[in-house]
Design a protein around this ligand. Structure first.
Ligand code: 4AD
Ligand code: MG
Length: 442
C-alpha cells in the first residue's frame, strides 16, 4: 500500500537544485528512491535519487520522531521516500552537499531488490523493468529523449511536416528476408520495415516530410548493432537530389550532437563519454567519400582487398572508420546490391545515387538514404528478380505516373545514433525494452 502524501501542498525540491547550491542552509522537502543505505547505531546514511541526481542524507536518531527513524533503518534500497531536512555544504559528500534529515516518510517499503552488483547482461535484460532505473540507463534514456526531440525540432524548423505511414504494410521496402509477418484477419500482412514508400506518396502534396516511428526487421544477426524493433527517423522531400539530402543529413546529425551537448553534459559524464571530442565533431564538416574511395582507403591503409561490388561488412566499416574522427558519408554503392527503389547514377550506372553515413568507433551505419527511381520498368524488373509480387507495388508505381518529380530521402537509426553518442557497448542499452533475435520479453 502506498500512503497518501498530500502531494499538492508540499513544495518539492530537486536534487539537482540542491547540488547546484540553491538551497544551502535551508529546510527542503525531497522525494525519490533509496539508492544506497547503511545504518550504524543511531545514524542512517541514506543516498537518495530522483530524476535529476543523487544526494547523500544523514538521518540521526533524535533529529526526527523515533517511529520515522525506525522506518528509515528498515527501508531497503529502492523504497520510495519523502524526506525533510536542511541542506549543508559538505566537501566529503558526493556532489559536495548533504541533507541533514528532520523527517522521513517511507511511501513504500521495497522488497529486497533483485539487482545487486556485478550481474550478467542477460540477468539485467531479464530484470529490464527494474534495471531501467539504473543511473546508466537513466542517462541514456535522457539522451535518447534529447535526440528524438532534436530530430523533431530540426525538421520543423526547416519547414518539414510530420507525416505518418501505416505500421501494417503489405509490401517490403528493404528486402523480403527481414519482414515480420502478421496475421491480418483471414489474410496476412507485415510490420513496417520503413516509412519510406508511403512517404513517397506524401511528398506530392506536403513536399517536405519527416517521421520518427517504430520499424521492424527480423534480423538473423546477433550483433551489437541490430534490433528487431527499432525507431527510425526518416525524411523524404520532393525536388531534392542526392547532394541535397546528404547536406541535410550532415546538418541533422551535427544538430543532434549540439543539442545533446547543450542538455546532457552530466549524462555524458556519467557514461564516460569524451565531451571535448563530441564538441569537436559538432564543429566539423563531415567528409563525403564514394564507395570506390572507401575500397581504396581499405586497400592502402588497412591492406584489405575488397572486390568491387561487395557490400561493406561490419569489419570493413570499422576499419574504414579508423581513419576518421567524425561520421563520414559514403555515396555511390554498387547498384546491384541496393534496394529496388535506388536509381543508377547516369554518370556511372554500375553505382546507385545513394549514401550511408557511418559513425566512428565501431558504431557503423547510422543513416541510409537515396534518390528514388522514377523508372517503373527498372523497378519492376528489380522486384521480379527478388521474387516479389509486382502487383503489390502498383500503387507505388502510380506515384510515377501523375506529375512525377525527382525526390529523395533517408532514414536515421535512432538507437545507432544514441549508441554512438552515449558510447554504449550494445545497441540494446539504447531502448527501454529491446527486442532481438533471442529476446522479446519482458
Ligand atoms: O539503411 P536502411 O535499411 O534504410 C531504409 O530503410 C530506407 N528505406 C530509409 C529511407 O531512405 N527512408 O535503414 C536506415 C537506418 C540504418 O542506417 C540504421 O541506422 C538503422 O536504420 N537500422 C537499424 N537499427 C537498428 N537495428 C536494425 N536492425 C536496423 N536496421 C537498420
Ligand atoms: Mg542501410
Amino acid at each position: 500500500m502506498v500512503r497518501d502524501q498530500s502531494m499538492t501542498t508540499t513544495e518539492w525540491v530537486t536534487i539537482e537544485d540542491v547540488l547546484a547550491g540553491s538551497h544551502t542552509n535551508t529546510p527542503v522537502h525531497i522525494r525519490g528512491w533509496i539508492y544506497r543505505t547503511r545504518s550504524s547505531g543511531n545514524i542512517v546514511f541514506m543516498t537518495l535519487r530522483d530524476v535529476t541526481g543523487v544526494l547523500q542524507t544523514t538521518i540521526k536518531k533524535g533529529n526526527l520522531p523515533d517511529k520515522e527513524f525506525e522506518d528509515a533503518t528498515k527501508a531497503l534500497i529502492e523504497s520510495s521516500v519523502q524526506v525533510t531536512g536542511t541542506v549543508k555544504e559538505d566537501k566529503r559528500a558526493p556532489g559536495g552537499y548533504e541533507l541533514q534529515v528532520t523527517g522521513v516518510s517511507v511511501v513504500h517499503f521495497a522488497e529486497p531488490f533483485p539487482i545487486t552488483k556485478d550481474q550478467s547482461p542477460e540477468f539485467l535484460l531479464d530484470q529490464r523493468h527494474l534495471w531501467i532505473r539504473s543511473r546508466k540507463m537513466t542517462s541514456i534514456m535522457k539522451i535518447r529523449s534529447t535526440v528524438v526531440g532534436a530530430i523533431h525540432a530540426f525538421f520543423r524548423e526547416r519547414g518539414f511536416y510530420e507525416y505518418d505511414a501505416p505500421v501494417l504494410q503489405p509490401n517490403q521496402c528493404e528486402g523480403g528476408s527481414t519482414l515480420f509477418e502478421v496475421k491480418y484477419y483471414e489474410d496476412k500482412t507485415f510490420l513496417s520495415q520503413s516509412w519510406q514508400l508511403y512517404a513517397e506518396a506524401g511528398v506530392f502534396s506536403l513536399e517536405k516530410i519527416y517521421n520518427v516511428g517504430p520499424t521492424f526487421r527480423a534480423e538473423r544477426s546477433k550483433t551489437s548493432r541490430h534490433l528487431s524493433e527499432f525507431w527510425m527517423a526518416e525524411m523524404e522531400a520532393a525536388w531534392m537530389d542526392l547532394s541535397d539530402i546528404v547536406a541535410i543529413a550532415k546538418d541533422e546529425i551535427r544538430y543532434i550532437v549540439k543539442q545533446v551537448l547543450e542538455h546532457n553534459q552530466k549524462d555524458l559524464e556519467v557514461l564516460g563519454q569524451d565531451v571535448a571530442k563530441l564538441e569537436r565533431i559538432a564543429a566539423t564538416e563531415f567528409p563525403t567519400i564514394t564507395y570506390t574511395d572507401a575500397l581504396r582507403i581499405l586497400k592502402e591503409k588497412e591492406g584489405m582487398d575488397i572486390e568491387w561490388g561487395k557490400d561493406l561488412r561490419t569489419i570493413e566499416e570499422d576499419k574504414l572508420m579508423n581513419h576518421f574522427e567524425s561520421p563520414v558519408v559514403v555515396t555511390h554503392y554498387p547498384l546491384a546490391i541496393m534496394a529496388f527503389y535506388k536509381p543508377p547514377d547516369p554518370k556511372d550506372p554500375r553505382t546507385a545515387l545513394c549514401f550511408d553515413m557511418l559513425a566512428p568507433e565501431g558504431y557503423g551505419e547510422i543513416i541510409g538514404g537515396s534518390q528514388r527511381s522514377t523508372d517503373i520498368a527498372y523497378m519492376t524488373e528489380r522486384l521480379r528478380q527478388m521474387g516479389e509480387n509486382v502487383k503489390n507495388y502498383e500503387w507505388y508505381f502510380d506515384l510515377r505516373k501523375y506529375g512525377s518529380v525527382p525526390h529523395a530521402g533517408y532514414g536515421v537509426g535512432v538507437e545507432r545514433v544514441v549508441a554512438w553518442i552515449c558510447k554504449a557497448e550494445n545497441i540494446k542499452d539504447t531502448i527501454p525494452f529491446p527486442r532481438t533475435l533471442l529476446r522479446f520479453r519482458p
